[in-house]
Write a protein that binds this ligand. Structure first.
Ligand SMILES: CC(C)(COP(=O)(O)OP(=O)(O)OC[C@H]1O[C@@H](n2cnc3c(N)ncnc32)[C@H](O)[C@@H]1OP(=O)(O)O)[C@@H](O)C(=O)NCCC(=O)NCCS
Length: 386
C-alpha cells in the first residue's frame, strides 16, 4: 500500500480514527512485503513471500491464521496505509483446574510489526490494545468453539513491552550445545542406543492418542497440587509438520542439491525417550540452530530407571549435535529443560550452563478477560512457537 500520508500528517497512535481490521489478501501480501526487511533472513523477497504462502497451506495454520492491520477507518480497503500489523493463529490447548481437564481454543500472536519510518508513534501499542479488546470480546461473545481462553506470544523485544497489555512473561530458558563432527562423534563412547526418527516415527512415538492422554493426566495431577489454571498447547502432529514445512522450504532454497532432511528427531525405543527437532536458518551461519521442538519420555519409577533415562537423553543429544554439524547449524537448543534433562546435559559437559533469556523468544501468556489469572504453562517447549 502506497503511504497515503506525508510524515507530518500521520495520525496519532491514540486517534479515534484508527481501527484494527483483518487484512484483505492484497493487504496481507503488502504487510509481508513490509516486514520482509526484518524477517526474510537469507531469502530473497519472492522466496520469503513463497515461504509465507507455504506455511499458510499447512494444517496448523490453514483455517487458523488471521493477518491484522492497524489502519485509518476512513480509508478504503486495499488502499489504506498499514500503520502496524500482526498475525493471530487459532490453536488448541488443554486446561486443567482442580483436577478437571478440558480442551480450549486459544490464539497465538506473531509477526508484530511496524515499518521503521512509522516507529515510536504508538502504532504497535495501539494495535495490541485493540487486539486485547478483541480477544476479550471474542471470549465473551464469540462462537463457543472459537472463544480464546488465552493467547500466547514469543517476544523478541524483552519482557516489558507486551506485559503492559497483559501478556505476562513465563519461564524462558534453554540449553545450547555445540555441533559435533562425525570424527568427534565416533570417538565418543556411546552409552545408549539411538535411533533416528523420520516424520512418521515422530507421529507414532510422540503424537499418539496415548501420549496426548498422558499429557492430560500430567496436567490434571499438577492442577491438584496448587490453585490456578495449568495449561499446555496440545503438542499434536500438525505443529511438527508446520515447523518441518518451514525447514524444508529453506533447505530446498539454500541447498537445492542436498534434498530434504529425513531425520526429524531421535529416540530410544527400549527406554521410551524421544525428541523431535527442526533446523532453522538465520541471517548468518552463527544463527543457524537445530531446535529440539519437544521431548517425550516416561517419568522413571526407580533410581535405576532414572539413570537409564538420563543416559538415553544424553545419547540422543549427542545424535542431535551430529545432525547439527551435518546441516551447518551452530547450536542444538532446547527450551525449559526438565531436571532430568539438566542431568543429561551435565553428563555430556558439566560446564554447560542454562541460559535464562531476557530479550529473545520470551514466552508470554495473556488470559482473556482477566490478565491477572495465575497461570502455569506446562510443556512450554519450542513446538508451540510460531
Ligand atoms: C517492536 C515494534 C513493533 C514497535 O513498534 P512501534 O509502533 O514503534 O511501537 P510503539 O510506538 O507503539 O511503542 C514504542 C515502544 O515499543 C517498545 N519497543 C520498541 N522496540 C523495542 C525493542 N527493540 N526492544 C524493547 N522495546 C521496544 C519501547 O518500549 C517503546 O516504548 P516507549 O514508548 O516507552 O519508549 C517495531 O519496533 C518493530 O516492528 N520492530 C521490528 C520487528 C519486531 O521486533 N517485532 C516484535 C517481535 S516480538
Amino acid at each position: 500500500m502506497i503511504a497515503a500520508y506525508a510524515d507530518t500528517d500521520l495520525p496519532h497512535g491514540d486517534s479515534p480514527e484508527l481501527t484494527l481490521v483483518q487484512a484483505t489478501p492484497t493487504e496481507r501480501v503488502e504487510s509481508i512485503k513490509l516486514n520482509s526487511t526484518e524477517w526474510k533472513g537469507p531469502l530473497d523477497l519472492d522466496s520469503y513471500l513463497a515461504r509465507e504462502d507455504t506455511l499458510l497451506q499447512q494444517r496448523l495454520t490453514k483455517e487458523a491464521l488471521i493477518c491484522w492491520i492497524l489502519v485509518d477507518r476512513r480509508a478504503p480497503e486495499n488502499a489504506r496505509t498499514i500503520l502496524s500489523s500482526c498475525e493471530t493463529y487459532k490453536k488448541t490447548a488443554v486446561v486443567a483446574q482442580d483436577g478437571n481437564v478440558e480442551e480450549a481454543s486459544v490464539q497465538g500472536v506473531g509477526s508484530v510489526y511496524c515499518r521503521p519510518e512509522f516507529r515510536g508513534k504508538g502504532y504497535a501499542k495501539r494495535m495490541l490494545e485493540e487486539l486485547s479488546k478483541k480477544m476479550d470480546a471474542w471470549q465473551l461473545e464469540g462462537e463457543q468453539s472459537e472463544r480464546p481462553l488465552f493467547s500466547i506470544l514469543f517476544s523478541d523485544i524483552g519482557k516489558r513491552f507486551y506485559a503492559q497489555f497483559g501478556w505476562k512473561p513465563h519461564p524462558s530458558s534453554h540449553f545450547a550445545l555445540p555441533p559435533l563432527s562425525k570424527e568427534e562423534y565416533s570417538t565418543l563412547s556411546t552409552t545408549a542406543a539411538v535411533k533416528v526418527l523420520r516424520a512418521d516415527d515422530v507421529q507414532r512415538c510422540m503424537c499418539s492418542i496415548g501420549i496426548l492422554e498422558k499429557e492430560r493426566e500430567l496436567l490434571r495431577g499438577v492442577s491438584l497440587q496448587s490453585s490456578g489454571p495449568k495449561v499446555a498447547i496440545v503438542p499434536d502432529f500438525d505443529h511438527y509438520q508446520w515447523h518441518w514445512a518451514r525447514e524444508e522450504f529453506y533447505c530446498q532454497r539454500l541447498y537445492p542439491d542436498r534434498g530434504i532432511p529425513a531425520a526429524k528427531g531421535a529416540g530410544n525405543d527400549a527406554v521410551k525417550v524421544y525428541c523431535a527437532w527442526n533446523r532453522t536458518f538465520g541471517n548468518t551461519p552463527e544463527e543457524n540452530t537445530l531446535y529440539i521442538l519437544r521431548w517425550v519420555y516416561d517419568e522413571p519409577a526407580s533410581q535405576e530407571e532414572t539413570e537409564t533415562t538420563i543416559k538415553a537423553m544424553a545419547a540422543i543429544l549427542r545424535r542431535a549435535q551430529l545432525e547439527a554439524h551435518e546441516w551447518n547449524m551452530a547450536h542444538v537448543t532446547f527450551w525449559n529443560p526438565t531436571p532430568l534433562l539438566h542431568r543429561a546435559v551435565a553428563l555430556l559437559d558439566p560446564a554447560v550452563e542454562i541460559v535464562h533469556r531476557e530479550k529473545d523468544s520470551i514466552a508470554a501468556l495473556r488470559w482473556s478477560g482477566n490478565p491477572e489469572e495465575n497461570v502455569e504453562w506446562l510443556l512450554n517447549e519450542k513446538y508451540a512457537w510460531c
